[in-house]
Design a protein around this ligand. Structure first.
Ligand SMILES: C[S@@+](CC[C@H](N)C(=O)[O-])C[C@H]1O[C@@H](n2cnc3c(N)ncnc32)[C@H](O)[C@@H]1O
Length: 445
């Protein structure tokens, strides 16, 4: 993949979705056209694999400017870089005083920090599982995370504060290049990565010694592409946790943050994951929950990409992690068609409201069985079919109704991190009165 700047945010963390170089704005540096976004835009598409590009001649690394700010300071200017520790820490406190841990944070938009501080209840203590339900150990993909007991769908497996929280994409600044230097786009980005590593060194130096040690134990898949040892680990292990930003924020260059974790960063990838992760700003921590029932000693897998994308798109997204996914779904050419079938059959339109209740139950059950056979519970359509089954069995088959309602609640908790009693995932159904209208419209047996 060529180096350059991105105009699309990554899914999981610091991944590099492909962008045509031709689409990128061209700037002139000392009269040479360079394919990059505007200087200062933090969106970078980075190289992967072995890259043999020398740093520009006479380039000297410079520490990008940053300011260390108090935990509660948010009045800083966007696009400047700020370092802080969250939650607040009293002087002399150690990890023994705060087992929930601290996060070393790097922000380049005030909103990133403000969104945490303005969360009601921040900083609250983390909610933990009632027992240890995970262990880190050898896996067919290096190191992985495993279940230490049978775990039910929806149950909490792990709660964890990030070791490091940093912008999803490099907060780019113009590198210190000599006047008149001749550089290529690739060299330009390489110099920026080099500068960023200098900044990250300071950030990691501010971590608790135990956290720093844990950070450097993490795997680095980016040892030959110009990433430094810290940035390489962020690219390998970062999980996008506050990366849902508005269109305006994105237009301004704020794509949110990525977190590196002591345990969750060992989760390997599957396109049919058995766990999902949610992030709580209130406790500044990530929760990993079971997406289906998991047996003791089973490996836990999250997805590094959007499981609802077709195989070719997922494979491309995964390239930046330096592996080709060989899971069952990626290896089976029929799964893209199945995905379309799953998507096309969730709609409750006029045809559906005329459908007899019995056939609606059978319809939902047929698709639920197909999704479960593949292990595709992370698809949002799984929630739609659970809703459909819950609704269609209401007042008709109480055993089945309770079964699907419980399943829907467990799934909702896993996906959204909230124990929601009833959610409506069917397009067109958003409230109990919609539901009542639907039930009224259904033909009586
Ligand atoms: C976040 S780390 C996961 C922990 C890692 N396995 C380790 O040994 O520390 C991501 C790296 O794990 C490996 N990996 C994760 N899932 C994989 C999969 N499904 N197939 C092959 N390699 C995988 C890749 O090297 C990837 O860059």
């Amino acid at each position: 993949m060529k180096r350059g700047f991105l105009n699309k945010p990554p899914t999981r963390g610091l991944v590099d979705p492909p962008t045509q170089t031709e689409d990128l704005p061209v700037i002139e540096f000392n009269g040479i056209p360079i394919h990059v976004a505007q200087i200062g835009q933090p969106l970078v598409r980075l190289a992967i694999g072995k890259v043999n590009i020398p740093l520009p001649e006479n380039y000297e690394a410079r520490k990008p400017f940053y300011r260390t700010v108090e935990w509660d300071e948010t009045g800083f200017a966007d696009k400047e870089i700020y370092m802080t520790t969250l939650p607040p820490r009293k002087s002399g406190e150690t990890l023994a005083d705060n087992p929930d841990n601290w996060t070393q944070c790097l922000f380049n938009f005030a909103e990133q920090k403000r969104s945490i501080l303005s969360t009601p209840g921040f900083p609250s203590r983390m909610v933990r599982p009632p027992e240890v339900r995970h262990r880190v150990g050898p896996s067919s993909f290096g190191t992985g995370v495993f279940a230490t007991c049978d775990i039910q769908m929806g149950q909490l497996i792990l709660s964890e504060r990030p070791l490091l929280l940093s912008p999803v994409c490099i907060p780019v600044q113009e590198p210190n290049l000599p006047k008149g230097a001749t550089v290529t786009s690739d060299q330009f980005v390489l110099a920026q990565m080099n500068d960023y590593e200098e900044l990250l060194k300071d950030c990691v130096d501010h971590m608790e010694p135990e956290n720093r040690e844990a950070f450097f134990k993490l795997h680095n898949s980016h040892t030959e592409d110009g990433s430094g040892p810290i940035f390489g680990r962020i690219r390998t292990n970062g999980i996008g946790i506050m990366s849902k930003t508005s269109a305006e924020q994105k237009a301004a260059g704020n794509y949110g943050c990525t977190g590196v974790f002591n345990v969750a960063s060992y989760l390997n990838h599957s396109c049919t994951p058995n766990v999902t992760q949610t992030f709580s700003r209130k406790t500044l921590s990530m929760q990993v929950r079971a997406l289906r029932n998991i047996k003791k000693d089973e490996e836990l897998f999250m997805s590094y990409c959007d499981v609802g994308d077709p195989t070719a798109v997922r494979q491309k997204q995964l390239q930046s992690y330096g592996f080709q996914c060989t899971c069952r779904v990626c290896s089976d050419p029929t799964t893209d068609a199945l995905l379309e079938g799953i998507r096309d059959n969730t709609l409750l339109d006029e045809r559906d409201s005329r459908r007899r209740v019995k056939s609606m139950i059978a319809h939902a059950e047929k698709w639920l069985a197909q999704i479960e056979a593949v292990g595709w519970q992370q698809l949002k359509e799984y929630g739609s079919y659970l809703s459909m089954a819950t609704i269609a069995t209401m007042g008709k088959d109480s055993a089945k109704h309770l079964h699907y309602q419980a399943k829907q609640e467990a799934w909702t908790e896993a996906m959204y991190g909230e124990p929601v009693k009833m959610r409506f995932f069917i397009p067109g159904l958003s409230s109990p009165s919609d539901l009542k209208s639907l039930l009224d419209a259904l033909p009586r047996k």
